[in-house]
Design a protein around this ligand. Structure first.
Ligand SMILES: [Zn+2]
Length: 157
């Protein structure tokens, strides 16, 4: 399957932040997709306007896989301490699937991870009507785990 056959899911995004992040994630996964190894890319926007991308890294033992959001978080923290304000992730279709790249929400582990590092983050999610919207991470994870390692993350008011 040629990557040119998979439409850019950012085309239908009406919000500028959403469009920018979905486009960055799509460009990344279109370029780096490898079946069963790299299925998803994520893009994180920081408060300085920089976008940091990450690539999902699958593993033979699924638990060892690393999500694209974790990669993007690491990439961001390599170069900046700026607040992270929005995230989007795009799943590229397998060759056996319809040629549609999909915006996917952070998985449960990534909700925990992102909340620990950016409690005020908003995530791009798909709506049932095919559109996208920005949703507060806190609403995707209303009962975050709080251990004793760090002070509890504080949601911005
Ligand atoms: Zn994840």
């Amino acid at each position: 399957m040629s990557g040119l056959l998979v439409p850019d899911p950012s085309i239908g995004c009406t919000n500028e932040v959403t469009r920018q992040l979905v486009a960055a994630a799509f460009r990344t996964i279109r370029r780096r997709y490898v079946m069963a190894r790299h299925q998803i890319a994520a893009a994180l926007l920081d408060a300085d306007g920089q976008v940091h991308v990450g690539l999902h890294v699958d593993a033979m033992v699924g638990r060892a896989a690393v999500c694209a959001e974790a990669g993007a978080l690491s990439a961001a923290r390599l170069v900046t301490d700026a607040e992270l304000i929005a995230v989007a992730a795009v799943r590229y279709p397998k060759p056996t699937e319809a040629p549609t790249a999909k915006v996917v929400p952070p998985c449960g582990l990534c909700r925990e991870l992102l909340f620990d590092h950016a409690p005020g983050l908003v995530a791009v999610i798909s709506r049932p009507d095919g559109g996208t919207e920005l949703t507060a991470l806190g609403s995707l994870l209303p009962h975050k785990y709080v251990g004793s390692k760090w002070p509890a993350p504080v949601l911005p008011s």
